[in-house]
Design a protein. Structure first.
Length: 207
């Protein structure tokens, strides 16, 4: 009896999967390509550009999972413990996130919300501290973070807003002031940034 129930459950599951695959309105695999503006947070930060590649698979028409590969070029803002602030040189932040999107419609206009989690690789960044006559900043680091987004697709075009949540960086450094005295400063930067993205996707068309 147990074997019969197991076989029946297996056949039912296979039938549901087959029905889902054959009944979907869209081809399940697609690749998103996007370019956009990266707007970093924090005092002294300056915006830049981003580039993204994201292969995806639709487990059902209204739910897709993927892997986002992105590089954001920005100038991070630094704040020192003495109250001074400055903008660092332009550097890249790359990310590798597992993502998921939920679509509210299967029509031509498809609004969506999504989220992702993964790793952000931050390049080292520094700026010249004219007060203490030296260059200070933070070293390269890898941080675990997340992302939330919303937007819409029309035909093969996609517009989205993404907020990338990354932990702050901080580092204590010692330098000499103009009088030859040793000064210890703790500098910190906010690493989170907003992405405004416009792109298109290959695949994912209607069957």
């Amino acid at each position: 009896m147990k074997k019969l129930l197991f076989v029946s459950a297996a056949l039912l599951s296979m039938s549901l999967v087959r029905a889902q695959n054959s009944g979907g309105q869209f081809n399940p695999f697609k690749v998103d390509l996007a370019i956009g503006a990266a707007i970093p947070q924090g005092t002294g930060a300056k915006g830049g550009v981003l580039f993204a590649l994201e292969p995806k698979y639709a487990v059902m028409d209204q739910l897709s999972v993927g892997l986002r590969l992105e590089a954001a070029l920005t100038a991070r803002g630094f704040t020192a413990s003495d109250g001074s602030s400055a903008s660092a040189k332009v550097a890249a932040a790359s990310s590798y996130l597992a993502t998921g999107d939920y679509y509210f419609s299967n029509k031509t206009f498809r609004p969506f919300v999504g989220a992702g989690v993964g790793l952000f690789q931050l390049a080292s960044a520094s700026f010249n501290d004219t007060q203490d006559n030296g260059a200070i900043g933070t070293g390269a680091s890898t941080k675990f973070g997340g992302m939330i987004r919303a937007g819409f697709e029309v035909m093969h075009f996609r517009l989205g807003l993404e907020y990338n949540l990354i932990g702050n960086s901080s580092e204590s450094q010692t330098s000499m002031d103009g009088s030859g005295n040793t000064v210890t400063n703790t500098v910190s930067s906010k690493n989170s940034y907003l992405g405004i993205k416009l792109g298109f996707f290959i695949g994912g068309s209607r069957k």
